[in-house]
Write a protein that binds this ligand. Structure first.
Ligand code: ATP
Ligand code: MG
Ligand code: MG
Length: 348
């Protein structure tokens, strides 16, 4: 069988590896951490830095196609791999989504709506941006942010200086606060043949900047759900995308506002493991392997709940509930804010 190379061996890499194994494909994971969650499942692993050219070349030579579980892969790493093997989703998807400024600019050029935003390079620039965007607003680092890290809220112009300090003075974007009714996301997939399959939109709730629950279906009209799926389809097609993509959206009085996109399987798509025949992980593996996409139709209502930090200690009690499917990532130690597993709970 073919061998899929996965850059990054966290929980997303692990669940991709499980899906690939089920399809009889081999997985070779590349992650600096010898104890990374995907290690238990992968047939082969390379533990080296993303700047280790020799290890990267050997990794690329050992696989047929390379995919990834995180978007912050250094350009030089990608250059080395792409010289030898195809990277799916493509470099363009990474280029667009690695940097919030590039991403928002690209989305607006596509004709989609984002929160009002302005680039911020220094403290004076932030003052000008606050004047233009107004408050409340959110200052976000352009790169490397996740789970609400690298963000600071600005309620009044007087808080700008503290926000700039809080994000460490890194290049940033200032975003106007969106007064949303709900947050939803669409997990979409596009195959090598250009066919698109999207899962039903889910409704997301965050706690402390971290996704806590996704509820499927989102409580939105059929028209809005259709809009959301078509919007995701536009992004997939414009990027000539191959694989699974997450699109985070705000539902507002005037329509859908794009928060951000993620060129990979997405936490808000974990419900698909127990709510569909073909989940997001299998869908992604099928796409990058050049197989036909699966159908992805939802067969029940579900709430996905992340087990964060020591919440994982409740896992066994949860497992006794007949409506619950348990997914644990095999991480040795729990830390506050660390995603340790999740449960999918069927709602009747
Ligand atoms: P992720 O882990 O999803 O990558 P992140 O660190 O990239 O998270 P965002 O998705 O930008 O962070 O923001 C996290 C959450 O903060 C959003 O899901 C939303 O609840 C809230 N938020 C972010 N930007 C805005 C905004 N402009 N207006 C209102 N709420 C916002
Ligand atoms: Mg993000
Ligand atoms: Mg987000």
């Amino acid at each position: 069988g073919a061998t899929i190379g996965i850059l990054g061996g966290g929980q997303l890499g692990r669940m991709l590896a499980v899906a690939a194994a089920r399809l009889g494909l081999h997985v070779h994971v590349f992650d600096p951490d010898p104890a990374c969650p995907a290690r238990d499942v992968a047939r082969a692993a390379t533990h080296a830095g993303y700047d280790d050219a020799d290890s990267l070349k050997a990794f690329a030579a050992a696989v047929d196609v390379v995919t990834y579980e995180f978007e912050n892969i250094p350009t030089e790493t990608l250059d080395l791999i792409e010289a030898a093997r195809p990277i799916r989703p493509s470099r363009e998807a990474l280029r667009v989504s690695q940097d919030r400024l590039t991403e928002k600019t690209w989305l607006e050029e596509l004709g989609l709506t984002c929160a009002p935003f302005a680039a911020v390079d220094d403290a004076e620039g932030l003052a000008r941006a606050v004047e233009r965007i107004g408050t409340p607003a959110i200052l976000k680092t352009r790169r490397f942010g996740y789970d609400g890290k690298g963000q600071a809220r600005i309620a009044t112009p007087g808080e700008a200086g503290a926000a700039w300090e809080a994000i460490g003075g890194a290049p940033a974007v200032l975003e106007g606060h969106v007064d949303f009714l709900r947050e939803i996301s669409v997990i979409g997939a596009r195959g090598l043949d250009g066919k698109v399959a999207c899962f039903d939109p889910g409704e997301n709730h965050h706690e402390g900047g971290i996704l806590k629950t996704t509820r499927i279906p989102a409580e939105i009209s059929h028209a809005l759900a259709t809009d959301a799926v078509l919007l995701a389809g536009r992004i997939l097609t414009a990027l000539d995308y191959v694989g699974v993509l997450g699109v985070e959206l705000f539902v507002t009085e005037t329509g859908l506002v794009v928060n951000e996109i993620a060129p990979r399987v997405h936490n808000s798509g974990h419900w698909t493991q127990n709510g569909t025949m073909i989940d997001q992980f299998e869908q992604h593996i099928r796409a990058v392997a050049g197989w036909p996409l699966g159908d992805g139709r939802r067969h029940c209502d579900i709430v996905m709940e992340n087990l964060i930090g020591d919440e994982v200690e409740t896992a066994l009690a949860l497992a006794a509930d007949p409506a619950v499917a348990l997914h644990l990532y095999g991480k040795a130690e729990s830390r506050p804010g660390r995603k340790m597993g999740h449960v999918n709970r069927r709602i009747d």
